[in-house]
Write a protein that binds this ligand. Structure first.
Ligand SMILES: Nc1ncnc2c1ncn2[C@@H]1O[C@H](COP(=O)(O)OP(=O)(O)O)[C@@H](O)[C@H]1O
Ligand SMILES: [Mg+2]
Length: 212
């Protein structure tokens, strides 16, 4: 489903990624790991065409992403949900409105929004906080809103960038369990983290980008 072949990436003269090769099959859960600055975020961003490789190819469902036209990119991003490291929640919109945005950008409105947003908020156990604003929530709750927003369009793939970055161990486990529950229902997951405890908790394939 996802294939990186001979991917190199440099900014100026610094090569971040050198000959990165891996594949991810449909339905898999994998960790992308490596120390801070290794290129984990850059690797995930390549899959939604926010970054492109300097050399080599990144393929999704058999299509080389570098060949996509600008007008194709919104369609790619409907198939791949992205949870950013810093959440990127809008502070002056409610939990419900933040999650609904993921659908509105796809031109979906009305009853479908209410139904889908309500369902996903129930799945991450935040329905009772749907009218709250992000800054009144805990870090773990904000992360769950970000996950709900990424998943509300029912994407084929979820990319999660350090989703437990600032969270304690118990909250991290809740986040991982939520992500795993979606993986069990068929969503392919790539989770970037430098946290070895988290990798031990997750028990899944690990791709170390400094070694591949
Ligand atoms: N847009 C950019 N311009 C220049 N350097 C960048 C840019 N994005 C990332 N980098 C650098 O590339 C390296 C890898 O970044 P990143 O992918 O964020 O690593 P990680 O997520 O593993 O911590 C870092 O040294 C970072 O400073
Ligand atoms: Mg990063």
């Amino acid at each position: 489903m996802i294939e990186f072949s001979h991917v190199y990436k440099n900014y100026d003269k610094n090569y971040i990624l050198r000959d990165l090769n891996f594949t991810v099959n449909k339905g898999e859960f994998i960790f992308i790991t490596g120390p801070s600055g290794a290129g984990k975020t850059t690797t995930l961003k390549m899959l939604i065409a926010l970054e492109s490789p300097t050399h080599g190819a990144v393929k999704f469902l058999g299509t080389e992403l570098q060949d996509l036209k600008p007008r194709d990119i919104p369609f790619l991003r409907r198939k791949i949900g992205f949870v950013f490291q810093d959440f990127k929640l809008l502070p002056n919109r409610t939990v419900f409105q933040n999650v609904a945005l993921g659908l509105e950008v796809s031109g979906i409105f009305g009853d479908v929004i209410i139904k889908n947003v309500s369902e996903i908020l129930k799945a991450v156990e935040l329905y009772t906080k749907k009218d709250d604003f992000p800054l009144s929530l805990s870090g773990g709750e904000q992360q769950r809103v970000a996950i709900a927003r990424a998943l509300v369009q029912n994407p084929q793939v979820l990319l999660a960038d350090e989703p437990t970055g600032n969270l304690d161990e118990e909250t991290s486990r809740i986040i991982i369990d939520i992500i795993k529950s979606f993986n069990n229902k068929g969503t392919t997951v790539m989770l970037a983290t430098h946290d070895k405890n988290l990798i031990n908790m997750g028990r899944a394939r690990v791709i170390d980008i400094t070694k591949s």
